[in-house]
Design a protein around this ligand. Sequence first.
Ligand SMILES: O=C(O)CCC(=O)C(=O)O
Length: 305
Amino acid sequence: MTNTVSAEQVQSYRENGYLVLPGALPAETLQAIRDETDRIVQGCAALTESDGLYDLEDSHSPDAPRVRRIKNPVSVSAVFKDLTSSDTITDILRPILGDNIRYHHGKMNMKHAEYGAPVEWHTDWAFYPHTNDDVLEVGILLDDCDVVNGPLLVIPGSHTGPAYNHHTDGHFCGAMDPRAEEVDFDKAVALTGPAGTITLHHVRMVHGSSLNRSDHPRRLLLYGYTAADAWPLTGAGADFDLAAFDAQMVAGEPTLRPRLESVPVQLPLPPAPLGGSIYENQKTAASRYFETYESARDAEPVAGS
Ligand SMILES: O=C(O)CCC(=O)C(=O)O
């Protein structure tokens, strides 16, 4: 199956900063990545803390294993790796990013029923600014996703905004301060759809998601892509691994000529004191918008009181 994105959809993406494509992932591919996800998740049972592959919920214990993210599924699974350069995805990306496309990163964010962790409002751009913003995130819904199981929430049009502040107390914290009122969060749109839906959101799009307090999971596979001439503004120093960088190409040709655009940037420096994942970074934020499992639990009314 090939996925075509119409001129109207490209225009809508440019204006609003996101697209939702129900049914874009073939059923057999969906089943294969679900099976791989289950297989990988089983490997975390003995862990007591997060490691290079598993990001664990704060409430995880070996008796009650709780994974909130598989950090780099492509590194441990050919199914995930092959999907990064499949026609299913590159056919969607070409009309938007052009013919020369580089894979940037991958992660599986898992919101389990009842406790799946929220992600505070942020832009991906704040984490990895590039020389131009032809950079986006592909989302693949592994489960039917509705407004109650913690869908990705985006603020349409926010991708044309300024470099929103993601710092607190002089360091990067990976989250916008909701008290700053830089964006009207009431305008949020939920990227929902049946399992197998593919979503796109622009790297400068303000987005976040709430705790999953529903009785059904929300697993979201996220793959980042860039136009080949978008070069990272951090980390391209003397020890830069050009061969590895070029091995990330999924379509067309690499280039040594970055395209420099006038884009607003604030570097994510100094780094967040808590590293390892966005969930840890955001623990250092001065203020939260979404309730957490812990805050929701502590706010539960005591029976009879
Ligand atoms: O999983 C989610 O709902 C949000 C994920 C996200 O924005 C991120 O991991 O950067």
